[in-house]
Design a protein around this ligand. Sequence first.
Ligand code: SF4
Length: 327
Amino acid sequence: MTTQYAHLYGPVPSRRLGLSLGVDIVPAKVCTLDCIYCQIGRTSLATLVRKPYLPASEVLAELSDRIGQGLACDYITLTGSGEPTLNTELGCLIDQIRTLTHIPIALITNGTLLYDPAVRFDAARADVVLPSLDAGNEAAFRKINRPCLDLAFQTFLQGLIDFRARYQGRIWLEVFLIEGVNTSDAEIQSLKDCIARIRPDKVHLNTAVRPTAEPGIKPLDPALLQAIAQRMGPDCEVIADFPIAHPHHLPESLHSLAQADQTAESIFAMLKRRPCSIDDLCSALALTRTAALAALKMLTAANRICTTSKAGRVFYAPAPDTPPTDS
Ligand code: SF4
């Protein structure tokens, strides 16, 4: 029987973190922002006040149990149905997790509280920090992120800059782009200028491919997103999970061989990291089941993959003579 946890989810395949066990450390939806694109919904408590929203002991008891059952993942990821740095137990929680496991710890944060030295101190205990920056100026910040009134854009930006100056771990900055909102030449340039000051290790571009808090939030065209990634520089990549259309719903002329090949290659790259079920692949790569099956058939016909079975589930893996990947 699978144990149900209140604060843990996964491990789930993640574009940025491989296989990640999510640890939710603030309740829905307590946040410093109320982003128009939020996938959780509107913020119910907008606040800059830190406190023990969830006691570390409660989260640790679950984590200890989960690790005891045999946890295999790339990261334990502290996040929340809101902003995790609002929880004053964050630093102590990271220290305690390190006594339980050697699995690296990631922190997904909107980064708005990094102006506070205590938050920087807590966040710096993680192995990788994934903050967000969607605006390059006060007006865009207010329009997209709808921050608490007391939070000024320059304070937020300076917090990110100060954090980078001391933090020895990796910073992967996520930028969420919305068609017609922060995608003009001027907005992209101001974002680029801010990013140059923050100096993250990587920049990840995302867009609205899932339901959002507000209606009418439009995703950016994939080609445009790629063009912006190029403009941002070599450390920038697109991480948006664009759904791949059902191949049978497209006229043959539109369903190019190149696209089918690309799907198969994405699947193969993921299988080189670890065996996956079809559900893992669909969820990680935002594929329909039919599209995933079609690509798996192609890879099987080419003798590039094989299947194994565990606990009644089928897993796909590279064929035995396929060299392992180093990623
Ligand atoms: S920071 Fe994250 S949780 Fe908070 S409103 Fe924005 S997207 Fe939602």
